[in-house]
Design a protein around this ligand. Structure first.
Ligand code: 4AD
Ligand code: MG
Length: 439
């Protein structure tokens, strides 16, 4: 590896080039595309901040440079020197008239070529696939979603609390646990949720949230399920189910606005229909589970009261709607043990799912928590959960129990919806699914 340039301050960023017209600059990056006509060579350079075309004219560069250019492969890492020129035809308004190039990291036969590849091949090469424009756009949208989540929650007075990933109590359902031996203490589980822990923290801080990876050994190969996904879980004291839905509505509108405002360019790269996101504004419609079932039955579904809504039911419920839809107060039997019994209809619990439009399905699951010690204990027994590991959780109802609610928003489902893409697997850098744990 030869290098006569310094790494660092004298290297310009591609994003900053429009302000450098007329200057000679040094750039570093990877070669997106490269073609040569024999007299002129066009090299598209990508440095993480953007892309720019660098033009080498054979008669204007040294013969060394021209020869070196011929060895530059797709995705090689290079340093280019040249003068920034305004060019109205270029997407960023500039191109570079290049005078020199050095190959810092050669690349021969890059596995991903500019042609159609099967998704298995791309997933196998996920570490390289990440460099493609579509994947870069998705990662930037994800980053924006995450930033906007932290900004919103801090704006609303929530405090970020980290919850454990190795846990002793089952958070959601016994059927989808990853287990691991834990020294002399028996079995530990990878967290399905941080919720039980943020409930404890809410009694200390009032409004809190955790944000981390969660794990579900889901034996489903749908486009909506990962075995490792990221979830943000706000939890607030004095919030009831109604207030919880209002909070979710503000939350979603904030995220969508920020993505639209800051990542318009990436959404364009993804071909996202912007008008679908622009339609997301309060208020969102709310329908009870019971009314939803009646609606579905009237529209040909065979669903019976008491059953969970399937993906097709969810799609039918949002059909013709341009905003998310709250479905609230589900039957006890299809929801987790910790949800508060509905005083007006004890067959149901005070909870909600939020269904995204365009068939993206459930992006949020939330509920008011059971704050009565005896009812909660009865539910733990009904579900045959190991009582001893919930002793600390029951303490929250023994010592100053309080009305509280919270919810979990799935990051990958949200990013999939923002990007308008089909499958969750592209919204996380290294997806974990039933059939994939590498790279
Ligand atoms: O509805 P869920 O299971 O709710 C909870 O875990 C609660 N403890 C949240 C809370 O009240 N604090 O999951 C919440 C969200 C879902 O709406 C979905 O967006 C996402 O997490 N999710 C998944 N995302 C990807 N792959 C999976 N296997 C997912 N399971 C849930
Ligand atoms: Mg759910």
């Amino acid at each position: 590896m030869e290098s006569h340039m310094h790494v660092g301050e004298d290297t310009a960023t591609i994003r900053g080039l429009p302000a450098r017209v007329g200057d000679e600059v040094n750039l570093r990056g990877w070669v997106r595309r490269h073609r040569s006509s024999g007299k002129v060579s066009f090299l598209v350079l990508r440095d993480g901040t953007g892309e720019v075309q660098c033009v080498f004219v054979k008669n204007d560069v040294s013969s060394d440079t021209w020869e070196r250019l011929a060895t530059v492969g797709h995705e090689a890492c290079v340093a280019v020197t040249g003068v920034v020129r305004a060019d109205a035809r270029a997407p960023s308004g500039v191109e570079v008239t290049a005078s020199g190039i050095e190959v810092l990291g050669p690349s021969e036969d890059f596995p991903i070529q500019p042609k159609e590849h099967g998704v298995d091949f791309l997933l196998e090469n996920r570490h390289l696939w990440l460099r493609s424009p579509r994947q870069i756009a998705i990662m930037r949208v994800r980053d924006e979603v995450i930033r906007s989540i932290h900004a919103f929650l801090h704006h609303e007075g929530f405090v970020h609390v980290d919850t454990p990933i190795l846990t002793g109590a089952i958070g959601e359902s016994a059927g989808t646990l990853f287990e691991t031996e834990y020294f002399d203490l028996g079995t530990a589980y990878l967290a399905q949720t941080g919720q039980l822990y943020v409930e404890a923290a809410a009694a200390a801080l009032g409004k809190v949230y955790c944000f981390g990876p969660t794990f579900r050994a889901e034996k489903s190969k749908t486009r909506r399920h990962l075995t490792e996904f990221w979830m943000v879980e706000p939890e607030a004291a004095w919030l009831d189910s109604e207030g919880n839905m209002a909070l979710q509505e503000r939350f979603i509108c904030w995220i969508v606005k920020r993505v639209l405002y800051n990542q318009r360019e990436q959404l364009d790269i993804l071909g996202r229909d912007i008008s679908k996101l622009e339609a997301i504004a309060p208020p969102f419609d709310r329908i009870s589970y019971t009314d939803a079932v009646a609606f579905l039955q009237a529209n040909g579904s065979k669903i019976e009261w008491g059953a969970d809504l399937g993906a097709t039911d969810e799609t039918r419920l949002v059909e013709g709607r341009d905003k998310p839809l709250f479905v609230f107060d589900y039957p006890k039997g299809v929801k987790a043990f910790y949800m508060k019994e509905n005083p007006e209809d004890p067959r149901t619990v005070k909870c909600n799912d939020l269904l995204a439009p365009e068939g993206y399905g459930e992006v949020i699951g939330g509920s008011q928590r059971e704050d009565d010690h005896d009812r909660l204990l009865a539910r733990i027994r009904e579900e045959e959960l190991p009582e001893a590991s919930y002793d600390w959780y029951l303490d929250l109802r023994r010592y100053g129990t309080f009305t509280h609610s919270g919810f979990g928003l799935g990051i990958e489902r949200t990013v999939t919806w923002m990007c308008g893409i089909d499958h969750l697997r592209e919204t996380i850098a290294f997806p974990r699914m039933m059939t994939r744990v590498t790279p």
